[in-house]
Design a protein around this ligand. Structure first.
Ligand SMILES: Cc1ncc(COP(=O)(O)O)c(C=O)c1O
Length: 393
């Protein structure tokens, strides 16, 4: 597709080839394990090109290829690789580059299971992880070692929302044979273009905004260069990871409406955050568009928008009062994944999953996902929740 098109146009048309499928707009779902060939020569040729042609179900079908093409265009990378979940994408990307004796720099605010992967799987493989302050910026150069092979970032952190200085981190890593990886799920690849801020490998849980309807598990890894794409694709294949065609179909379908959905998530989240900021129950708003949020200026510089996920820190309420608030919510559901049409809320306490930084919040923390509902109904739900928090009902 013409890469000069603006993002809204791009996401509507990318990966679409109706002329190759009898005029049908969306690529059909090609499910495959077995793929057959007319001759031995054709079979050998397909095997030699197994990442580019339909050779074996695991390596891709026209549906997964269409989705990968669209994702790569959305993120502005060379090519993408799809796998079964966002966590699988993180694991595959790290395993593709790390071996025994290597050192990984992992952001302290990373998604919890990313941390667990480092501590339980990479550790067992003889790969050492050092956690670093998400606000380290260019000073990351001081903790890079000769054996450091990957710097992993997540910006903003998906619980605590620190925005990382990716250009400064990438600058410190450049010319040192270190790959900078980003978990780009919060921006959906729409509000942050990872390769413009120096990242080598961008990872997303398609599960969230791309699929967008709370019913798909899927992840992808986008590489900036052909060499990196081949490294990741080879590792995924060797470990038996591939994108499931039905889910790739849903991911691509979700992408077509990504812009309008994100706009609504953004608007609703801003409305909720502004209302919450004026409430006496709330101590801090952790939303990248708020000046209180660590790294707010970097968000202003590097991102073109904000999605619907943010956190708040309450004043010093007991766990019982917080539970009373959350147990009675009408519209906000208690649930971990996010990026779907619905509003969500969870309590969290990062103290057990920090080692490079200290979490010194005044009170308990809540993460909210602003869904697509009418924001005034969401505010009314929160208002009733605050009554329960204050023991007024
Ligand atoms: C920031 C972030 N990255 C990755 C993941 C993992 O995605 P999945 O649920 O598809 O494994 C999540 C899931 O919550 C997430 O929040």
């Amino acid at each position: 597709m013409n890469s000069k098109h603006r993002p809204d146009t791009q996401i509507v048309h990318t990966g679409s080839r109706p002329e190759e499928q009898q005029g049908v707009m969306n690529p059909p779902v090609y499910r495959a394990s077995t793929v057959t060939f007319p001759t031995v020569d054709a079979m050998n040729e397909a095997e030699a090109n197994r990442f580019d042609t339909v050779f074996y179900g695991l390596y891709g079908t026209p549906t997964t290829f269409a989705y990968e093409e669209a994702i790569a265009e959305l993120e502005g990378g060379y090519r993408s690789v799809t796998v079964a979940s966002g966590l699988a994408a993180i694991a595959v990307a790290l395993m593709a580059y790390l071996k025994a004796g290597d050192h990984l720099l992992m952001v302290d605010s990373a998604y919890g299971p990313t941390r667990k992967f480092c501590d339980n799987i990479l550790n067992r493989c003889g790969i050492e992880t050092t956690y670093y302050d998400p606000l380290v910026g260019g000073a990351i150069g001081d903790i890079i070692r000769p054996e450091t092979k990957v710097i992993f970032t997540e910006s903003p952190g998906s619980l605590t929302f620190e925005v990382q200085d990716l250009p400064a981190i990438s600058e410190a890593a450049c010319n040192q044979d270190i790959k900078v990886m980003l978990d780009n799920t919060w921006s959906a690849g729409f509000y942050l273009k990872p390769f413009e801020v120096g990242v080598d490998i961008s990872i997303q849980a398609t599960t969230k905004y791309l699929a967008g309807h709370a019913d798909v598990m899927l992840g992808h890894i986008t590489a900036k260069s052909e060499e990196d794409w081949l490294t990741v694709k080879t590792a995924a294949g060797l470990m038996g990871h591939g994108g499931e065609p039905d889910n790739c179909y849903l991911g691509l379908r979700g992408m077509r409406t990504l812009s309008v959905r994100l706009e609504r998530h953004q608007e609703n989240a801003m409305k909720l955050a502004n209302w919450l900021a004026a409430r006496p129950e709330v101590d801090t708003i952790l939303h990248p568009a708020f000046s209180q949020c660590p790294g707010h200026e970097i968000w202003q510089r590097d991102f073109t928008g904000a999605s619907g996920l943010f956190s708040i820190i309450l004043r010093n309420y007991s766990r019982e009062r917080v539970n009373a608030m959350l147990d009675g919510m009408d519209l906000f559901a208690l649930g971990y994944s996010w990026g779907g049409f619905e509003s969500l809320i969870i309590p969290f306490d990062p103290r057990g999953s920090r080692s490079a930084t200290k979490w010194n919040a005044a009170g308990p923390a809540l993460r909210l996902h602003a869904g697509q509902e009418d924001p005034d109904d969401l505010i009314a739900d929160l208002e009733r929740g605050f009554d329960r928090l204050n023991d007024k009902v």
